[in-house]
Ligand binder design. Structure first.
Ligand SMILES: Cc1cc2nc3c(=O)[nH]c(=O)nc-3n(C[C@H](O)[C@H](O)[C@H](O)COP(=O)(O)OP(=O)(O)OC[C@H]3O[C@@H](n4cnc5c(N)ncnc54)[C@H](O)[C@@H]3O)c2cc1C
Length: 312
């Protein structure tokens, strides 16, 4: 996690509990990308250098869910959303294995599953070549990665390596020509004991053709996603959730017309996606092979967009 996520987690009321989900902290990242290895610090202020964090995903998810419960959210778990309840073109709830749940507003935060987008037939076309990440964990000692994570680009892809807990390292590999074999381990981590099997994830860039509509919003990866080199998928998931929450509150209080709220949300997200995608295209173009072999769509779009701020 980039340190930029901390003010958001403070707003959500979990900042004082982050130590319990943090396995390691680091002041920046080592980057070797079309040039000599360099250290990119996160920055700092009068209080000292800022630090990024390695959150343990299951613990972080549990912390956010606990916090949601504390604020009055009624949690149904497990409870997969299986279908959409609609009336005259307006989403009015969801169907689940435990029965129907009606709702004045449905928010899809299902990540790459994009269940609502699929159910409503909202397209989310690829905006990059197909990119599959393979990732895994290794236990042992690898001091070269103890001070900070490393991102190394080469002719055929990139590898991320980070210490995520004492004596536990995580790696992610994206190869442009397709994922490495399932038993592949980065050569520099061969001395470690693999923890579990490595896994794959589709990290192709996508943006929903419509991120909100009558009675529904999509947030996080369900709405838009880039590959992990963008390094703020979780920050975006949290920010889109907060923005959608503000807009939904405004709609339900009659302070914002539903159509306008949905349109403003989509425009904000699309602008953000275009700006980040353009930045990533420039970053990738520093790796000559990627630029030569891949065709990107046009990502020029509105830059410098700010989140919508509905009234209280
Ligand atoms: C290898 C890899 C490394 C990454 N590294 C980073 C990183 O360092 N920093 C960073 O910020 N981001 C990183 N990301 C991206 C980050 O993981 C995502 O952007 C982020 O998790 C998106 O959050 P989300 O809540 O939208 O979706 P998810 O975290 O995918 O959560 C979706 C949830 O919805 C549930 N769900 C799915 N379908 C249904 C259904 N029908 N009903 C009910 N629930 C359902 C799923 O079980 C899941 O719990 C990485 C991604 C990958 C693949």
């Amino acid at each position: 996690m980039h340190p930029g996520i901390e003010p958001l987690l403070h707003q959500l009321g979990v900042a004082d509990r982050l130590a319990g989900v943090t396995g390691a902290r680091h002041p920046g990242i080592w980057i070797e990308w079309g040039g000599p290895r360099r250290f990119e610090a996160f920055g700092g202020d009068a209080g000292g250098p800022w630090h990024g964090s390695q959150f343990w995903r299951a613990d972080f998810d549990a912390l956010l869910l606990t916090r949601a419960g504390e604020t009055g959210v009624e949690v149904h778990q497990p409870c997969a959303a299986a279908g959409v309840l609609m009336s005259e073109g307006i989403v009015e709830g969801i169907e689940t294995a435990a029965g129907p749940i009606s709702a004045r507003m449905v928010v899809d935060a299902s990540g790459a599953a994009r269940w609502l987008g699929r159910a409503l037939d909202v397209s989310s076309p690829p905006r990059s070549p197909r990119l599959i990440a393979r990732y895994g964990y290794g236990e042992g000692s690898c001091p070269a990665y103890d001070d900070a994570p490393s991102l190394v680009g080469d002719a055929s892809g990139w590898t991320w390596t980070a210490r995520v807990r004492p004596r536990l390292y995580q790696w992610t590999r994206v190869s442009f020509g397709g994922p490495p074999p399932s038993d592949w381990v980065p050569p520099h981590l061969l001395g470690l004991t693999p923890r579990g099997r490595s896994r794959g994830a589709d990290v192709t860039w996508r943006m929903a053709a419509k991120a909100a509509g009558p009675g529904w919003f999509m947030v996080g990866d369900a709405a838009a996603s880039l590959d992990p080199t963008s390094s703020h998928g979780v920050l975006k998931a949290v920010m889109t959730g907060m923005a959608a929450g503000h807009l939904i509150a405004a709609v339900l209080r009659g302070k914002a017309p539903p159509e306008d709220a949905g349109d403003a949300y989509h425009q904000w997200l699309a602008g953000w996606f275009s700006t980040d995608a353009a930045h990533l295209v420039r970053f990738y173009s520093e790796l000559a092979n990627f630029a030569d072999n891949c065709v990107f769509q046009d990502f020029r779009g509105p830059g410098g967009v700010t989140p919508p701020r509905p009234g209280p």
